[in-house]
Structure formats: C-alpha cells, structure tokens
Ligand binder design. Structure first.
Ligand code: CA
Length: 282
C-alpha cells in the first residue's frame, strides 16, 4: 500500500487555482474552521477524495476579550462564548497556557467546563458538517493535563475551573480535565454519529468515541496500536512530523508493521505556523 499523507492546516488563502495540484494527494486535510462553510463546499467539490476535518480545540478558546477580534469567526466566538465558563485565575482573568513568539500571552483562553463543551459542540459541529466536511479534528484532546500546565497552575496559586469563585488545586483540575475530555469527544459523536473524529492526544489515548488519534511525535507506534483496539470504525491515526528527521523516523518506525502502516498517515504541517481559532500553534 502506498504511503498516505495528512495536511495541517488548510487556510482560506490556500483556496486558489492551484488547490488541486497542491493538495489532492493528501488523504486527510485538517482545515481552519474560520473558513466559511460555503467556501468549504467548493473545496469539497475540488478535493473529492480527501477526508476534510474541521479544526476545533478541546480546551483553547481563542478570542481576545480585551480588544477587537481580528477575524469574523473570532467575533462570533467573542459574542457567543459564555465567558463565565472560562477557567479563571483568581484575579478574574482567563487562563492562557501559551505565550506568543514575543513572550506575551496569546489570545487563547482555556476552558473545559460542561457549558464550554456544550457551546463548542453547538457552534462547531453544524458549521463543519454544513461545509461538506467528513468530520472533526479535536486538538488538545489529551487524557491528562500535561505537566507543564500543572506547574503553571501551581505557580498561579490555583485557578477556578468550575466557576464557583474558589481556587481549585492543580490536582483537582487534573482530575477534572481527565473527566471532561471524553465528555467532549462523546458529545461530538452524539451530535454527528457518522463523523470521522480524530483527537490530537499528544500521547496515547483510549477513546471509543474517536476514529483515531494523532501524535506530535513519530516515535510511539505502539500507542497507535493500543488506541486502534478501542477506536470507532473506520479507524486510522496520524503522525504529525515537523521536520525531515521526524519524517524519516516515522517512515522507519511505522514501516516495521505493514498492518499498522495501512492505518497511520504521515502528517505534514503546511503553513502550520499560522494561528488558527482555538489553536495554540502560534
Ligand atoms: Ca472552583
């Protein structure tokens, strides 16, 4: 079987006369959900054999509460997201786990409350489906709160993740996080039963609501195998590679098992340095 590829992420400016020439070889294309659904209908028609997945993020809500949004989509986010559902520091500001290239906090704010999950599904699923896409790519869908975030929460003296005005400890938030992630993946599955749902888990993840996971390192083929045993059908995974060394490693590691290779796509970042709504990839 020939190698198959995944692409991250299609931007609106990529939709030009060279679209087919550049992207028709990709089996999976993750796209920026700020692209209007009517434009994605055109992409769907022009790339009929690609699995198109709309990007959302499990926890990062990307909107600038203190200045005017730069995109129409961000405006919609700012106007419709229930701000009380944000994870907040004790001084009331929303939690942002990432800083931009200039060292300042990004416009992303973190939230995985039931209210935020409901908002995410109601806002995103119909928008993505109406654009003719095959499903949803859920970034930041890790089973565990990453250690760097736990350290940040401890440094902040705890944050309020459940909106009761009282600080929650890092360990309480870690447990909340692990519980909340499958609530989101199952909510998407329930809203769109036939969707292809890929979760970017970073590390291995067992989640029957997902069709598969993507890893941001090419060195963990065994974790793909474990996730496949439980994943929704049809099942596949993506190994995102950021440079030629990772790409060569992915080919070598995934090539060890031919049956595994059939179900794992080698992923490429296109103009992946762009900030997309909800993305931490600045
Ligand atoms: Ca609290």
């Amino acid at each position: 079987m020939s190698e198959r590829y995944a692409y991250f992420t299609l931007q609106e400016r990529d939709i030009d006369e060279s679209l087919e020439a550049r992207l028709s070889a990709f089996s999976v294309i993750v796209y920026n959900t700020s692209i209007p659904p009517e434009r994605m209908i055109d992409v769907r028609r022009r790339l009929p054999f690609s699995i198109l997945l709309g990007y959302i993020n499990a926890g990062e809500i990307n909107f600038p509460p203190d200045r005017e949004p730069e995109w129409e989509y961000a405006k919609e986010v700012k106007e419709t997201f229930p701000a009380r559902a944000l994870w907040k520091k004790l001084n009331g500001y929303g939690v942002s786990f990432y800083t931009g290239p200039d060292g300042r906090a990004t416009t992303s704010h973190y939230s995985l409350t039931p209210e935020a999950i409901r908002w995410q599904v109601e806002r995103s699923v119909e928008r993505i489906r109406s654009g003719g896409a095959s499903g949803v790519y859920v970034d930041d869908l890790s089973s565990y709160l990453p250690p760097f975030r736990i350290r940040q929460i401890e440094a902040w003296g705890g944050i309020d993740a459940n909106g009761d005005g009282v600080a929650d400890t890092a360990h309480e938030i870690a447990a909340f996080y692990t519980d909340a992630n499958p609530v989101l993946s199952w909510a998407i599955r329930k809203a769109w039963p036939e969707a292809i749902i890929i979760g970017n888990s970073g590390v291995g993840r067992i989640d029957h609501a997902l069709n598969g996971i993507s890893l941001e390192s090419a060195f963990a083929a065994a974790k793909y195998r474990a996730s496949f045993d439980f994943a929704h059908s049809p099942t596949f995974g993506i190994a995102w590679c950021e440079n030629p060394i990772e790409l060569a490693s992915a080919r070598a590691v995934l090539g060890i098992s031919s049956d595994l290779k059939e179900r794992v796509l080698i992923g490429q970042y296109g103009n992946g340095m762009e900030i997309v709504p909800g993305s931490n990839r600045a």
